[in-house]
Write a protein that binds this ligand. Structure first.
Ligand SMILES: [Fe+2]
Ligand SMILES: [Fe+2]
Length: 182
C-alpha cells in the first residue's frame, strides 16, 4: 500500500511541466480569456456609445485601448508556449456582455444608464481580475517567467480600470442618478 502511494508520488514529480495537468488547464483558460478580451473590444465601444458622462466616456475609451493591448499580450503568451493563439467561447463573458446590453436597454439615457454601465463594466473587470490573478499564479508555478510579467501587467490595468470606474460612480454618476426622479 505504502509502496503504491510512493510510486504515484514519484510519477507526479517527474511529469514534465509542459505536459502537466496545470499546463493543460493554463492553456484552456488562456483560450477562454482570449475569446473574452476579443469580445470586449466590441462590447466596450457599445458602452461608450451609450454613456453620457464625459468622465465615464474617457475611462471606457482608455480601457478600450488597454483591452486591445490585452489581446496582444495574450498572443505573446501563446507565442511563448509555442502555440497558435486560439479562442474558446467564454460563457461567463457572454453572460456579462448580454447583461450589460439588457441594462443599457432598460435604463433611461443619462445618469441612470451611466450608473448601469458602470455596474456592468465592474462585473466584467472583476471577472478579468479573477482570471488574470489565476493565470499569473499558474504561470508562476509553471516557471513561465515571461508570461508572469505579461499577465501581471494586464492584471494591474484591470484593477486600475475597476478603481477608476468606482471613482466615477462615487464622485458624479451615482450622485446624479440619485437626484433624478424615475
Ligand atoms: Fe482586459
Ligand atoms: Fe478590463
Amino acid at each position: 500500500m505504502k509502496e503504491t502511494s510512493n510510486t504515484t508520488k514519484e510519477k507526479k514529480t517527474h511529469t514534465p511541466m509542459n505536459s502537466s495537468q496545470l499546463m493543460k488547464l493554463f492553456v484552456d483558460e488562456l483560450k477562454d480569456i482570449y475569446w473574452a478580451e476579443k469580445a470586449l473590444t466590441k462590447a466596450i465601444p457599445e458602452m461608450i456609445e451609450n454613456a453620457s458622462s464625459l468622465e465615464l466616456i474617457n475611462a471606457l475609451t482608455l480601457h478600450l485601448e488597454e483591452t486591445h493591448e490585452h489581446v496582444e499580450r495574450l498572443k505573446q503568451v501563446f507565442e511563448l508556449l509555442g502555440q497558435k493563439p486560439e479562442t474558446k467561447p467564454c460563457k461567463a463573458m457572454q453572460g456579462l456582455i448580454a447583461e450589460a446590453g439588457e441594462i443599457m436597454k432598460s435604463c433611461e439615457e443619462g445618469p441612470m444608464r451611466d450608473a448601469g454601465i458602470i455596474s456592468a463594466a465592474q462585473k466584467v473587470e472583476h471577472y478579468e481580475m479573477a482570471t488574470y490573478g489565476t493565470l499569473r499564479q499558474f504561470s508562476e508555478t509553471l516557471n513561465l517567467t515571461d508570461a508572469v510579467v505579461l499577465l501581471a501587467a494586464t492584471l494591474q490595468e484591470e484593477k486600475a480600470a475597476d478603481e477608476k470606474l468606482s471613482s466615477v460612480a462615487i464622485d458624479t454618476v451615482n450622485v446624479e442618478a440619485a437626484s433624478e426622479a424615475v
